[in-house]
Structure formats: C-alpha cells, structure tokens
Design a binder for this molecule. Structure first.
Ligand SMILES: C[S@@+](CC[C@H](N)C(=O)[O-])C[C@H]1O[C@@H](n2cnc3c(N)ncnc32)[C@H](O)[C@@H]1O
Length: 299
C-alpha cells in the first residue's frame, strides 16, 4: 500500500478516498449520497472522530497505524462494495449512533427525520408527545426507529417486532447501548402476531417495499443487505397491504399509523383509492411516508 507513505493528513485521506470511490463508480445511498460524503464518513468514523466535524481536523496528521486502518477500510469499500456502515459497524440516524452488521438493513428511514420534526408538537399530527404512552414498531430491524421514538416520546413504552431473529439480536444491542431496555420490548414474529389483542397510540413501520424485479437488479451495495428487509413482492406492497388492513384493530381511537413506502405512493393510491393518505415530505424525500389516523383505514 504505497499510499500510506504519501497520505498524512485527514485532508489527504478524504481526498484519496473520494478519488478512489469515484474512479470505482461505487453506489451510495446508505447514509451518504456522494463519494465525498462517503469518504468523510469513513475517514472520520474510522479515526473515531465526530462525524459532523471535518473542518477542525482537516490538517491533523495521522499516525501510521491510523492511516493503515483507514486505508484498509477504503480498500475494503472498493473491493467488497459493502456499505460503509457494515465495514465500520456503525450508522447514524439523526446524529444518533447505532450498531449495524449484515443481519440488519443500514438505518436510513425518512421516518427518523419526521419524528424529530414538527410532525410532533403544537399544530402537528401528534400535538403533545407526552401523551403518547404506547408505540408499536413493525419491522424494527436494528431497532433504530423504536429507539428514536422512545427518545422523542419520553412517556412511551415501545413494542418492536421483527420476523428476523438475527435482526433482533442487533436491535437488542442497540436498545441496551441506549439504556432503553425498560421501555422497549423486542418481539420475534410476523407483523402484529406478537401483540394480538393490544392497542397502541402510534404504529410506526418502515417495512420491506421494493418490487421483486428491482431487488433482483440490486447493485452489490444493496444486495449485501438482508433480502427480507427489502422484498415487498411483485408490486412492492405485499407487507404494506397487510399492515394497512389490520392497523385499525391495533390503534386507539386517537392513534395513527406512520408508514414508509418508498416509490410506491402511486401504486398504493391506486390500490386504495378511497383512503385519505396524508403524504409527508422530508429534506430528501417527497411522498414516501404516509400518515393515516385511526378511523380512516380501508375496510
Ligand atoms: C426496511 S427494513 C426496516 C428496518 C428498520 N425499521 C429501519 O428503518 O432501518 C424491514 C424489516 O422488516 C423485517 N420484516 C420483513 N418481513 C416481516 C414480517 N412479516 N414481520 C415482521 N418483520 C418483517 C425485516 O427483517 C427487516 O428488518
């Protein structure tokens, strides 16, 4: 690795990684959108520096061991095409760190931004966060959304469900890391099955919603993630349909469902033409998440 003798500063490493990633035509979308942002994330996280503070460290020199470590991460990203989060074992959502490995999809749900934004609070869909006492998260994966929800709704107890026992092992580590074992209960099972007969103030879901045809054409980066985290059947809506059809049974009358569906808004509206979905935008998404209050669900 000749580069180790020539690259000394954080700036050198970020520049090198950006060039390497661009030349290798990597695909992004697992927390970063460009070669530069990916390079910054990998270099800062690889050096155990705050991932949102590049500027103060740009001209800091690195030790031989540090640059050896970062250069091996850069090479692994190019050679394996695995998302950076898997190579580093960590991803951030709304600035909150989560452990990740190949048992879970890399956290990036737009629901995280909605929970942090003005959807919650005076004039929002949830006026008073303190009045939310119970939350059901379907398809929890790494547990990231349950954890962010528990942080946002301080009085809430969260039940988080996933069909993958592998994913739940990762979720359990994250729940413990964030000291939320007393308020988040993890369940293995198929959608609502583990919470039969119960009702909640809020249901949150970022389910698998990718069409089978798109899954089979995944780039290596996306193909590394568990297929059951993506696969939504022929039209992408297999799981979303099931979530919708049973949600009313599991919600209190003042409750609602917040659900991400990716690019399937048009297909969903076509399938449920009489259902008044409220589509919520975020900084980087338009109409990929809907809100549906109790009482508005399709029969
Ligand atoms: C898109 S991932 C979302 C993970 C996490 N909530 C997030 O936003 O990063 C979907 C998750 O749904 C789980 N899943 C798939 N089918 C399921 C089912 N029938 N019941 C419960 N969970 C399911 C997968 O194992 C995967 O962890």
């Amino acid at each position: 690795m000749a580069a180790i003798d020539e690259l000394h500063s954080v700036r050198d490493l970020v520049r090198y990684a950006t060039s390497r990633f661009t030349a290798a035509r990597l695909v992004f979308g697992h927390g970063t959108d460009t070669a530069f942002d990916e390079a910054v994330f990998m270099v800062l996280e690889g050096l155990n520096l705050p991932i949102d503070q590049l500027e103060p460290f740009l001209d800091a020199r690195t030790t031989l061991a540090e640059r050896g470590h970062v250069l091996s991460l850069i090479e692994a990203r190019v050679e394996t095409r695995k998302p950076a989060a898997y190579l580093l074992g960590r991803a951030y959502l709304q600035g909150v760190p989560f452990r990740v490995d190949e048992r879970v999809i890399v956290p990036r749900s737009f629901i995280a931004e909605l929970l942090a934004g003005d959807m919650v609070g005076p004039g929002g869909l949830v006026e008073d966060p303190d009045e939310i006492g119970s939350i059901l998260e379907l398809c929890t994966g790494s547990g990231c959304l349950s954890i962010l929800a528990a942080m946002r709704f301080q009085n809430a107890f969260v039940d988080a469900v996933d069909l993958s026992r592998d994913a739940l092992e990762v979720a359990a580590m994250n729940v413990t890391d964030h000291h939320l074992d007393a308020r988040i209960t993890l369940h293995a099972g198929d959608l609502y099955q583990p919470v039969k007969g119960r009702r909640f103030d809020l249901i949150i879901a970022n389910p698998p919603y990718v069409r089978a045809g798109a899954v089979s054409a995944f780039t290596p980066e996306y193909a590394t993630e568990p297929i059951m985290a993506h696969l939504g059947g022929a039209d992408g809506l297999d799981i979303v349909r099931r979530i919708l059809s049973e949600a009313a049974e599991y919600l209190h009358p003042s409750g609602g469902l917040l659900c991400e569906v990716g690019q399937e808004r048009a297909a969903l509206e076509e399938a449920f033409p009489a259902t008044p979905f409220l589509w919520l935008d975020t900084e980087n998404s338009h109409g990929e998440v809907f809100w549906l209050p109790s009482g508005e669900f399709p029969n």
